[in-house]
Design a protein around this ligand. Structure first.
Ligand SMILES: Nc1ncnc2c1ncn2[C@@H]1O[C@H](COP(=O)(O)OP(=O)(O)O)[C@@H](O)[C@H]1O
Ligand SMILES: [Mg+2]
Length: 262
């Protein structure tokens, strides 16, 4: 059974077609990246999967049920570009928030928070406030919070977009380690080709006006990925393949006509 099944999804904002007839199935344990130029509908597709916005046409099935029900059942963890932490709550209080909402008792919450702190290597920072942490550390708190209730599906929208290259590469490694340990399925939005290839089992390339999936590239690099992965010839081949797919999507004839008649 697929964890996510996007079936003929179209999303319009007024006269703008942000997504047109999207079909995508994601299997358990996959790490999927969505890549494409700005405005091609990556965030909208992620939001549709997470039931943060509804579809105009078509449907989204998550864990065998409508996305709405999956959200009610807390099947998702969501991480955005900005850490969106609560400044008046400490690190541990931020991580435990979803657990409080899910009415976990204090003891169980404390144990889980400790486990999460270790997972994202922030043990020792539990009593700090978000503003006392670096951007990379804040983003790790967001990831810990999103993973705290062990969601089947982790949705991430350019989570490392605002970070410097070094921090980003380190967090990529950390995310992969977490993904391997948690066994969850990840959908990750990025506009970095190298990041998408490095992290993913499949890269979904999107093209704009209207937002469509123009191709899907299978990333057959061995697991686990390491620092050396970025230096393998196959890595560069795949980066080239994704780059060419992006350009093909952008140059496809008929796009301008579609736009003009929209
Ligand atoms: N809430 C909204 N209202 C109106 N238009 C929107 C809204 N959200 C996104 N759009 C439009 O839909 C298109 C796709 O947006 P988005 O999914 O954010 O693209 P991406 O994440 O790939 O940059 C863009 O043209 C954007 O302006
Ligand atoms: Mg976006």
């Amino acid at each position: 059974m697929s964890v996510v099944h996007v079936d003929q999804v179209t999303k319009r904002f007024g006269r703008l077609t942000a997504l047109q007839e999207i079909d995508l199935s994601i299997e358990e344990g996959e790490f999927i990246s969505l890549i494409g130029p700005s405005g091609c509908g990556k965030s909208t597709l992620l939001r549709v999967m997470g039931d943060l916005t509804d579809t105009t046409e078509g449907k989204v099935i998550v864990n065998g049920k409508p996305a709405r029900q999956a959200r009610i059942d807390r099947d998702y963890g969501i991480v955005f570009q900005d850490a969106t932490l609560y400044d008046w709550r400490t690190v541990s209080k931020n991580i435990s928030l979803p657990l409080e909402l899910a009415r976990w008792d204090r003891k169980r919450r404390a144990a889980r928070v400790q486990e999460m702190l270790e997972l994202v290597e922030l043990d020792g920072f539990q009593d700090n406030y978000p503003w006392q942490l670096s951007g990379g550390m804040q983003q790790r708190v967001s990831i810990a919070r999103a993973l705290s209730f062990d969601p089947a599906l982790l949705l991430m929208d350019e989570p490392f977009g605002a970070l410097d290259e070094m921090t980003r590469e380190r967090l990529n490694m950390e995310l992969l380690r977490i993904w391997e340990h948690s066994g969850s399925t990840v959908v990750f939005v990025t506009h970095s080709i190298a990041e998408a290839v490095f992290l993913s089992t499949r890269v979904v390339v999107m093209s704009p006006r209207p937002g469509r999936i123009s191709s899907v590239v299978q990333i057959d690099l061995p697991q686990p990925r390491t620092a050396a992965t970025r230096e393998e010839p196959r890595f560069f081949e795949l980066v080239t393949e994704v780059r060419e797919a992006l350009h093909l999507g952008a140059d496809e004839p008929g796009r301008e006509r579609t736009e003009a008649t929209a």
